[in-house]
Write a protein that binds this ligand. Structure first.
Ligand code: ZN
Length: 413
């Protein structure tokens, strides 16, 4: 039996039961759009979202014949995705049975890294969390400690629910194709952690994604591009620092997976030791793990979630703090250089610091002053609030989508 001495609950106890109200349903119509699949799955989504909840309503909403709708409803009922209530007594003509979706027919486990903690949430078809458990992994932990904690978290979740698979949304350097967590600055003692060795739900799928790629993909899909080309660079400035890039061509979204480790870019004239083992990395002067103790003093906690950090930082006179000013200067420089590499049309900054209005104003001013090359226009700047919605959606929906299509359109999968 693995030792679980490093498994300790977060301050907020894990919860199980009905959904948290903070998450919205996935943008199902848009997600289905990128698969090119419609039909029964789209009809199911219409019922799930309450847009059309009878055969006639689906027929009108999707502009399809009633015989087609009948076939879809039969498939949905057979797959236990939908229940059809009996028609109204005394009704004439075609029965008006109400269709009720079962959002818990499929669920997926999503493993996310928030600060020093692992969060395992199980998400249903409405994006509701039906299980949430977490554990802090000690910064000194090694592969064996990570294995023990992940295995325990997963076994608890897998025993409780039927799932289509597990999706790891990870921070750090990840070999996605080989499901290998190469390195994470949060746990310097963990190297080449093989995710394939961990338990997977029976018959379920394993999905590995960089957390920023999951977030950016869900964001682009939610936004839609209206057939235009949009190049989005997302820079996360938080506990760690990272970036993701995506180019949208109409409905399709290409993520540049495995995008480099911006947080470990080398700075000149800096020699602070970084968690990655090198010195002079950007994170050593700008990441929350590095400057959090100076900014927040006693209130700083390595295990705090970025949304909690954002709450604390929001009302502080951040721009007056020398440590923050240096961090801002280096992050703006990194953002500005990234724009010279990727030429994004849109630069999205995420993380707890920019939720401070003064800090965001200082960021936009310093970024604009740097300009781009010749007279090229600067990308549109946007601050995105700390939320795990997009990360969770981007990690969960691909597996839920596969599960749904396998149930309803097996020939298309
Ligand atoms: Zn480093």
């Amino acid at each position: 039996m693995p030792k679980l001495t490093q498994l300790s609950p977060l301050k907020t106890p894990h919860r199980m039961g009905p959904a948290s109200a903070t998450f919205e349903p996935p943008a199902w119509v848009e997600w289905l759009g990128i698969t090119g699949q419609g039909g029964a799955a789209l009809a199911f989504v219409s019922i799930l979202m309450g847009v059309a909840t009878s055969r006639i309503a689906i027929s009108k909403h999707l502009r399809v014949r009633s015989t087609t709708v009948s076939a879809w409803v039969a498939a949905m009922v057979k797959a236990q995705l939908v229940t059809e209530l009996p028609s109204r007594p005394g009704g004439r003509g075609r029965p008006l049975g109400q269709l009720i979706a079962n959002p818990n027919r499929l669920a997926v486990a999503v493993l996310m890294v928030h600060s020093q903690a692992l969060h395992l949430v199980t998400v249903n078809l409405l994006g509701q969390e039906i299980w949430h458990d977490s554990a802090v992994v000690d910064p000194q932990g090694d592969n064996a400690a990570m294995d023990a904690i992940l295995t325990a978290l997963q076994q608890r979740a897998l025993a409780a629910l039927h799932m289509v698979g597990i999706s790891y949304a990870l921070a750090g350097l990840i070999n996605v194709d080989e499901a290998n967590w190469v390195f994470a600055a949060r746990w310097p003692g963990i190297r080449n952690f093989k995710l394939t060795a961990l338990p997977v739900p029976a018959g379920g799928a394993l999905n590995v994604v960089r957390n920023m790629d999951a977030q950016l993909r869900a964001r682009c899909i939610r936004r839609g591009t209206g057939g235009t080309t949009e190049r989005t660079l997302m820079l996360h400035w938080g506990y760690g620092i990272g970036a993701a890039f995506s180019a949208s061509h109409g409905a399709s979204v290409d993520n540049t997976t495995g995008f480099g480790e911006v947080g470990h870019w080398q700075l000149s004239n800096r020699n602070l030791r970084c968690r990655c083992g090198h010195s002079g990395c950007l994170e050593t002067v700008a990441a929350l793990w590095a400057i959090g103790p100076q900014l927040l003093g006693e209130s700083f906690d390595d295990a705090m979630d970025e949304t909690q950090a954002a709450e604390l930082l929001r009302a502080m006179p951040l721009t007056e703090h020398p440590a923050f000013r240096l961090a801002l200067q280096e992050v703006v420089l990194a953002a500005s250089n990234l724009c010279r590499v990727f030429f994004p049309s849109h630069l999205v900054i995420t993380g707890p610091f920019i939720e401070n209005p003064g800090a965001w104003a200082a960021f936009t001013e310093a970024f604009s002053k740097r300009g781009l090359l010749v007279d090229l226009p600067l990308p549109r700047l946007e601050a995105q609030n700390s939320s795990h919605q997009l990360e969770q959606e981007g990690a969960a929906v691909p597996l839920l989508l596969d599960g749904l299509l396998q149930l309803l359109e097996p020939s298309a999968v």
